[in-house]
Design a protein around this ligand. Structure first.
Ligand SMILES: [Zn+2]
Length: 95
């Protein structure tokens, strides 16, 4: 078993966010694409869509890696979080 991948650094080097929201404290909440997924309707028709996740870069909250949100779902959740979150941008001075 190899060492665990650091989610934090994976996020930072991942794809550019498709949307960004600002928390009350000024931190950014990013909505990012996480690949493609496929769902099946009741009638058996399959359809594919781009799945999205979100991460607050102030307080580290966000969707679980296994959450498969459509863009509007991730947007609403990210925006709802940004509305209430008071996290400020992380200091990078010590990094
Ligand atoms: Zn937050």
């Amino acid at each position: 078993m190899t060492s665990q991948t650091d989610n934090e650094s994976t996020e930072k080097t991942g794809p550019a966010p498709v949307m960004r929201f600002l928390t009350l404290g000024g931190a950014e909440v990013h909505v990012v694409e996480r690949g493609r997924d496929q769902r099946t309707t009741f009638s058996g028709t399959t359809y594919g869509f781009t799945v999205h996740g979100w991460t607050c870069h102030g307080c580290n909250r966000g969707s679980d890696y296994y959450d498969r949100w459509e863009e509007w779902e991730a947007r609403d959740k990210a925006n709802a979080h940004a509305e209430k979150c008071r996290a400020m941008p992380k200091s990078t001075a010590h990094a």
